[in-house]
Design a protein around this ligand. Structure first.
Ligand code: GTP
Ligand code: SF4
Ligand code: MG
Length: 406
């Protein structure tokens, strides 16, 4: 199996009522009995992710979820988890019972899918038992695309895979740095190896930048910040671009002559996964913050959980120092992005390298709909350290936004 990061794979969620055959269908997709199937409703209690190659498309992640028709407090928790899975997926398969009409649970789910603008396909399973004609009529009246299968006889399974492949959203070929360099350009990547660096490895944006540069036949120089000056002095030609870890931006900016373009991995990631111009617009709010305003810091994984934690300690400290205001700061990790953002005056999001692009886009959309400005770590750090506009110069759209707000 190819070693594509989970966050780069297309995520397909299998959702629906209990016992309709979601887990059976996931196993049919994989071609192996990897998730538990049973006649007891409520067998799957937590989302289960399985990575696979969906040929000829490529790598995907299938997410088996808990049934959404469970009652009581536990049922509500399961429904919440399923909704979270949907909001972080690229496509959904809504599995239906062939002998019943749509229930309230399913119509609510369909509403959710439509609100999230998530493409989905209704799959009527257990077709060998016979299909309720009224269900088909309902699906048609909602204009819902559907397909019938049986996990017992395998009828429709092959056709289903083909249909899903056709319906999956295709994304433009986005790159982190690949579009900024060409053959034989020199790109310098500055990677501080400090306490915050994971032991014995590089982090995903650094690895991706190296790989994309090599794919473009560019020449990659990787150095720590301490050796940057020495590295630059040994180069015969000026590098096309210097990319640094955000936290070292000031030291690095002092060492990189003004005529060499400089940016940060976080700003590259903001462009790749998020929305760089939107984050630049969000900077304005930093200057408008008042005492007791609430700021949300959102970290998509626990990677940064070190002693001098960037989200927990450094960003709050820099925000308070910069604004000279007594801010109330909430920090959330992983999938706990609040559904209600209205209490906050500003959202500061991490680079989101472990999130799918769709999830990061959904969070930005949610912030925009709530009217709450959003920035990311890299843009905010560069701004509070006085490295904006320099770190934005390679990106014309972001610079245009900066000109409007500065
Ligand atoms: N007749 C028939 N039964 C099926 C079919 N597919 C699955 N089943 C049975 O339906 C029951 C539920 O299957 P699961 O795959 O566990 O269903 P689920 O939707 O994952 O259920 P929960 O995890 O409890 O929400 C099992 O007894 C399966 O053997 C099918 O095509 N036809
Ligand atoms: S997802 Fe966010 S918190 Fe996790 S490593 Fe990437 S930038 Fe850091
Ligand atoms: Mg199940």
């Amino acid at each position: 199996m190819s070693k594509v990061a989970q966050s780069e794979r297309i995520h397909i969620a299998f959702i629906g009522k209990r016992n309709v055959g979601k887990s059976s269908l996931v196993n049919k997709f994989i071609g192996q009995d990897l998730v538990i199937v049973s006649e007891t409703p409520g067998t799957t209690t937590d989302p289960v992710k399985k990575a696979m190659e969906l040929l000829p498309l490529g790598p995907v992640v299938l997410i088996d979820t808990a049934g959404i028709d469970d009652e009581g407090e536990l049922g509500e928790k399961r429904i919440d988890k399923t909704i979270k899975v949907i909001s972080e997926s690229d496509f959904a398969i809504l599995v239906l019972d062939p002998q019943q009409k749509l229930t309230e649970y399913e119509t609510q789910l369909i509403e959710q899918l439509k609100n999230l603008e998530l493409p989905f396909l209704a799959v009527i399973n257990k077709s060998e038992l016979g299909i309720n004609y009224e269900l088909i009529e309902e699906l048609k009246s909602y204009r819902i695309n559907y397909h019938t299968v049986s996990c017992f006889t395998d009828e429709g399974i092959y056709g289903l895979k083909e249909k899903v492949i056709k319906l999956l959203p295709t994304e433009d070929e986005l790159t982190l740095v690949g579009d900024l360099i060409k053959q034989h350009d020199v790109i310098v990547l500055v990677v501080p190896i400090d306490l915050g660096a994971p032991k014995g490895r590089l982090i995903m944006p650094q690895v991706q930048a190296i790989r994309e540069s090599l794919d473009e036949d560019a020449i990659v120089v990787v150095t720590k910040d301490k050796e940057l000056r020495a590295a630059l002095s040994k180069l015969a030609d000026k590098p096309k671009l210097v990319v640094t870890d955000s936290q070292a931006i000031m030291r690095v900016a002092a060492d990189v002559p003004d005529d060499i373009p400089l940016t940060t991995f976080s700003i590259l990631m903001a462009r790749y996964k998020g929305d760089l111009p939107e984050y630049v617009r969000g900077l304005k709010r930093i200057e408008e913050l008042q005492n007791d305003d609430k700021v949300l810091i959102a970290e998509a994984c626990s990677h940064h959980a070190q002693e001098d934690d960037i989200g927990k300690i450094k960003i709050p400290r820099w925000l308070r120092l910069h604004t000279k205001k007594n801010l109330e700061i909430d920090i959330v990790h992983g999938h706990d992005f609040p559904s209600n953002l209205s209490d906050y005056k500003l959202i500061v999001h991490c680079g989101g390298c472990m999130l799918t692009r769709r999830t990061m886009q959904m969070r930005i959309k949610q912030a925009k709909q709530a009217g709450i400005p959003i920035v990311n770590y890299g843009v905010a750090i560069s701004y509070m350290h006085g490295a904006i506009p320099r770190a934005l110069l390679p990106f014309s759209e972001a610079i245009a936004e900066w000109e409007k707000i500065k």
